[in-house]
Design a protein around this ligand. Sequence first.
Ligand SMILES: [Zn+2]
Length: 252
Amino acid sequence: MQQNCQKLSENLFLTRANYLPGDGWIVNGAILRGETTTVVWDTLSKPEDLYFIDELVPRDHRAVAVLSHADWDHCWGTSAFPFDAIIAHHLANDRVLNELPGLLKRYNKRYNNFFANVTIEPPDFVFDQPIALDLGGKTLELTSVPSHTPDSIFGFCAADGVLLVGDAVETVPQVNEARLVPGWIAALRKWAEDPRVKTVIPGHGEIGGVELLHRSADYLSALIEGKTIPTAKLAAVDRSAHRANVKKMKAL
Ligand SMILES: [Zn+2]
């Protein structure tokens, strides 16, 4: 699969793209349209992943990119479109400026210039406290959820019943900082109890409902309690993520 865009409802789309050459790994994003503004949630891994969005952003709309976090696979496609604003958590700004340029060089070397068209675009609006974006007739609430990374955010649109969670939700969510896990679990449980949430769109894997939030919270709870987690049925990539998580928790 090169790229794909799936219409979930009249003004809500799931975007997906392969993010490394030669494997089947897929990154997800989303497009939400209001009456005046279109939000592109995560710009995927390279501009080519997003070239099709010209057709989805009405010409008279303000176009805003929102980054779930500054991991490269979620934000290297930003230069695909002349966004009016790029919004991210304030901790993402430092990562985009200082961590990603070196990584891009290394990845172009390692993957034969697969990311040659990437231009790193820093956010031009950052936040820490919750903010609400008025899309015209609907609102996208953005909140900081330190979890997979300290700069991770959630986006919630009550009108569409959609919760955008980036990499805070995965089959085996990847722990980078063990100290964040208790708050991470609490945030997942809180949103899982919110009856307004109908659709959960994670940064990787299949979309679903609140069961995805419960699954990641249950995994992280078992991890923090040091319980044995059965891994036989997991994909190799998830097994290795789990082994890395166990190490991270031990170091806490
Ligand atoms: Zn990711």
